[in-house]
Design a protein around this ligand. Structure first.
Ligand code: NAP
Length: 283
């Protein structure tokens, strides 16, 4: 029977540690600040932004949320980003996705200064991650690496299968696992015989947004399973991409949904904001 990785408690513990760290930074005259821009009134985005704001305040990071109307033009948004790029009191800038259709996401994400891009989506940060240099890695895969570290789960030399190849989860996850010396395979919707890959894996990370992508017959005994998915079941209850009840009988470690990967994502955003403030203070 698996150890259930408790992302919620771990995130709380890390936030407590950050509180102390930030108090010390403030004594050195560094006041980390994150600005989140929310365009329009997508209700899911509003919840995410509220949670980020609350978590910042909890640890002592100054947080400002800028709400812009749905009809905001790309030019108006770019001007705001540029103003924040120039503002020395702002260390991290995050544009909440998705954006309304008149605004090109790529153009906006590329306008954020890489050193303030705490989401790690700017091509410069993507490149730095891929060559193993200092930049910002996206929060969700970074949170998973932190989980492995905190639970003492060995990555080096392990056979890791990642299901999903998105720019925000699958691909950066692969880069981080490779950096930590895993042997990495990325699978996706065109992968033939998915189970042939997952059955050989020591670690399976699932990020498809499809319920029951990973079932018990697809894994070996002792596997470590990380479930990134966020779906709703027939009762409207939050669930992941893994058949949790069955897979946990075979796994050595497994993350639940909710209270698994999700809480760690915000913690890593806070971590990136602290890093951004430290780095900018040295410039
Ligand atoms: P995405 O952009 O939709 O990517 C999904 C990936 O899964 C794609 O690469 C797709 O393959 C692959 N895929 C879909 N169905 C598959 C199948 N049946 N077999 C194998 N591969 C399949 O999604 P995402 O943004 O990476 O997010 C994935 C999930 O994680 C979502 O449920 C999302 O809500 C959740 N998420 C959670 C957090 C968190 O903090 N907990 C953060 C981010 C995302 P193709 O490339 O071939 O289409």
């Amino acid at each position: 029977m698996a150890t259930i990785i408790d992302g919620k408690s771990l995130a709380q513990k890390l936030k407590e540690e950050m509180k102390t760290e930030i108090a010390q930074m403030k004594q050195r005259g560094i006041f980390p600040k994150l600005v989140v821009i929310l365009v329009g009134n997508n209700s899911a985005s509003e919840v995410y932004v509220r949670n980020k704001h609350k978590s910042c305040l909890e640890v002592g990071i100054e947080s400002e949320v800028i709400n812009l109307p749905t009809e905001t033009t790309q030019m108006e948004l770019l001007e705001l980003v540029e103003r924040l790029n120039q503002d020395k009191t702002v260390h991290g800038i995050l544009v909440q996705l998705p954006l309304p259709q008149q605004i090109d996401e790529k153009t906006v994400l590329r306008a954020i200064l890489p050193q303030k891009d705490v989401d790690g989506f700017h091509p410069v940060n993507v490149g730095l991650l891929s060559i193993g240099d200092e930049g910002f890695a996206p929060a969700t895969p970074s949170g998973i690496i932190t989980m492995f570290r905190e639970y003492g789960i060995e990555i080096s030399g392990k056979n890791c299968v990642i299901i999903g190849r998105s720019n925000i989860v699958g691909k950066p996850m692969a880069a981080l696992m490779l950096r930590n010396n895993a042997t990495v395979t990325i699978c996706h919707s065109k992968t033939d015989h998915l189970a042939d890959y997952t059955r050989r894996a020591d670690i399976v990370i699932v990020a498809t947004g499809r319920r029951n992508t990973l079932t018990a017959d697809m894994v070996k005994e002792g596997v470590v399973v990380i479930d990134v998915g966020m779906n709703r079941d027939e009762q409207g209850k939050l669930c992941g991409d893994v058949d949790f009840e069955a897979v946990k009988q075979k796994a050595s470690f497994i993350t639940p949904v909710p209270k698994g990967v999700g809480p760690m994502t915000i913690t890593e955003l806070l971590r990136n904001t602290i890093l951004a403030a430290e780095r900018q203070s040295r410039q």
